[in-house]
Design a protein around this ligand. Structure first.
Ligand code: ADP
Ligand code: MG
Length: 253
């Protein structure tokens, strides 16, 4: 059984068909890419997978469980976590607190309103904090724990967002253009980090513009154009696919 399965998925915004008839499956343990020109529907797809929007047609399942009608939090509990194309950190909270928010999403306990200060809560909080520190180390930014998120360099903020997503212990991590705005050496490090995430047992579904990065990293790729799936395959197949070349370079004369 695939970890993620989409079948005939469609989404309209008024008259605009943002996605139509999208069907593909992501196997557990994969690094899977989604590419396509601006406006192709890539971020919309992530918004459907996390119940920010509802899909109008088709079905989506995670680990065999349909996510139709489920809330964002229920889907998070099924093991789906994400980052956003435009960072969504709490700027005036510390890096450590930002990561702990990610854990809170699935714990549903009261570590942030722990006025009761019971022994159980103290232990939970200490454990959450220990894990948050460990995640900051894992994504390569230990040392920034107490700094406000907004004061961190952009590349560090991107990693912090990944740490926050990982804090929810996802089975499936959705990364929306994680390399956007990174310099070449940061992109290189990002590739290593994504591989490490997968090797630690989390399946990765990645939207990315940087074609070199996608081809290097992903084992399988889906190509969207104007909301339609125009190709699916291994990097080499995608590179040579006539419809993909056309979508990116324009129709041949
Ligand atoms: P991509 O991430 O591939 O660049 P998006 O998924 O962000 O593309 O957008 C796909 C299309 O859907 C675009 O035409 C965009 O303008 C439209 N769209 C996305 N979100 C909304 C929305 N909330 N309301 C109306 N149109 C939207
Ligand atoms: Mg997008």
């Amino acid at each position: 059984m695939s970890l993620l399965a989409l079948s005939g998925v469609g989404k309209r915004f008024g008259a605009l068909s943002a996605l139509s008839n999208v069907s593909f499956e992501v196997e557990e343990g994969a690094i899977f890419g989604i590419i396509g020109p601006n406006g192709a529907g890539k971020s919309t797809l992530f918004n459907l997978l996390t119940a920010i929007y509802r899909f109008d047609e088709g079905s989506i399942s995670v680990g065999g469980v349909s996510i139709a009608g489920l809330s964002t939090q229920r889907i998070a509990r099924l093991g789906v976590a994400r980052t956003f194309q435009n960072l969504r950190l709490f700027g005036n909270a510390s890096a450590l607190a930002n990561v702990m928010v990610g854990e809170h999403l699935i714990l549903g306990s009261t570590i942030f309103d722990s006025l009761l200060n019971t022994g159980k809560e103290r232990r939970e909080r200490a454990e959450a904090e220990r894990r948050a520190r460990e995640l900051l180390r894992f994504v390569g930014i230990s040392g920034v724990e107490e700094q406000f998120a907004r004061n961190l360099p952009y590349g560090t903020q991107r990693r912090l967002e990944i740490a926050r997503a990982l804090a929810a212990r996802p089975r499936l991590l959705l990364l929306d253009e994680p390399a956007a705005g990174l310099n070449p050496s940061e992109k290189h490090e990002l590739i290593s980090l994504i591989r490490a995430i997968r090797d630690a047992g989390t399946t990765v579904l990645l939207i990315e513009h940087d074609m070199g990065l996608v081809m290097n990293l992903c084992e399988r790729i889906v190509v969207l154009d104007y909301g339609e799936m125009i190709a699916e395959g291994a990097p080499q197949e995608i590179r040579e696919h006539p419809r993909v070349i056309e979508a990116y370079l324009g129709a041949p004369a």
